[in-house]
Design a protein around this ligand. Structure first.
Ligand SMILES: N[C@@H](CCC(=O)N[C@@H](CS)C(=O)NCC(=O)O)C(=O)O
Length: 212
């Protein structure tokens, strides 16, 4: 199996952590934004990362890749079968992928991606505004819904936990940490998740990349 992308993308990181939690191996083909590599574009026609290939099957989109892998390798089950649990897992994944990543992405894109990878200044005002206005209600929402078990669905590890952790790594790279005083359950959740080998390895590689 081949995954095209870079774990600096929250979508790629989510997919890689999922693959690791499944106990699967994947070859990572480092692929940046805008890559025209024909192999990558065959998997990802609109050039978004991650792209994926398994033999003659190629597809893009983190959710599509994860759906394929969960169906092909059902154990350990990371996407519950019970209808309500399954729907909740997908809700948290969607919340993480769209609402949380949309806000976190404004910080990461403008403070990191634009200056470091695109050679231009980011919109720092937009980043500051997202940090002050968009993130706080999202952190409050997460703190309010996290169960005592520290797992979002079924009191065990699911895709929901993996998806919710990933964008926080991008926030970490721009110096935004969850305050353990105001959001203790979220801070504890992230500490536990980031200590799992599935995330710890990726995060240490990313920190090394940023010279940390
Ligand atoms: N829904 C997609 C989103 C993928 C995505 O937007 N990736 C970004 C990087 S974080 C990207 O490739 N952007 C480049 C572009 O939009 O051209 C997924 O879950 O994989």
């Amino acid at each position: 199996m081949i995954l095209f992308g870079s774990s600096l993308s929250p979508f790629v990181r989510k997919t890689l952590a999922f693959i690791s939690e499944k106990g699967l191996q994947v070859e990572i083909k480092p692929t940046g934004l805008g890559s025209t590599d024909p192999q990558f574009r065959e998997a990802s026609p609109f050039g978004k990362i991650p792209g994926f290939r398994d033999g003659d099957f190629a597809i893009s989109d983190s959710t599509a890749i994860i759906t394929y892998l969960e169906a092909k390798y059902p154990e350990p089950a990371l996407l519950p079968l019970e209808p309500k649990s399954r729907a909740r897992t997908i809700w948290y994944e969607e919340f993480a992928d769209t609402i949380l990543t949309a806000a976190a992405g404004k910080l990461f894109f403008n403070r990191v991606v634009a200056p470091r990878f695109l050679g231009r200044e980011g919109d720092l005002e937009a980043a500051d505004k997202a940090e002050k206005e968009e993130l706080p209600p999202l952190f409050d929402y997460i703190e309010g819904v996290i169960p005592a078990s520290g797992h979002f669905v079924d009191d065990r590890l699911t895709l929901a936990d993996i998806a919710l952790t990933s964008p926080f790594v991008n926030l970490m790279h721009v110096g935004v940490e969850v305050d353990a005083n105001s959001h203790p359950k979220t801070a504890a959740f992230l500490q536990t998740m980031l200590a799992r080998p599935s995330f710890a390895q990726l995060v240490s590689q990313e920190k090394a990349f940023f010279g940390g």
